[in-house]
Design a protein. Sequence first.
Length: 137
Amino acid sequence: MAIKWRKELEIGIDVIDNQHKELVDAINKLLEASAAGRAKEEIGSTLNFLSDYVITHFNFEQEYQKRHNYPKYAEHLKLHQFFLQEVQEMKRQFEQDGASLPFIIQFNKRIVDWFVNHISKADKDYAEYVHSLKGAK
Ligand SMILES: [Fe+2]
C-alpha cells in the first residue's frame, strides 16, 4: 500500500525529512507502476533508483550520527545493513519474477513496513537526541 506522507513521519531535520520524502516517492512510484502492470524496465529502473538512493541516504544519516556522537550509532548501523540486504534480496526476486504478486507482497512487508517503522522509531530517536543537544547549548 502506498505510503501517505504525514506529520508523524517527520523527524524535524529538514535535510533528512526531504530524503525520506524522496524515498517514499520512489516506493509509491514502484507500487503504482506494479499495480498498473507497467513494463518491467520501468519498474526496474525505479527499483534501481531506490536501491542506490537508500545507500546515499543511509551514508548521510550515519555521517550525521557520527558527527553528533549519537550513542546508538552501532545499533542503528546494523538496522541499515539489514535493510540493504533486504533491498538486494528484493532486487534478486524482481530479476527473477518481475513485479509478480508474491514480489509485491514481499515488497510491502520487507521494504514499505520496515521503512515506515524505521523512520517512526529509530530515526526519530536520533533526531530527538540531536535536538536535545541543541537545546542544551
Ligand atoms: Fe535510519
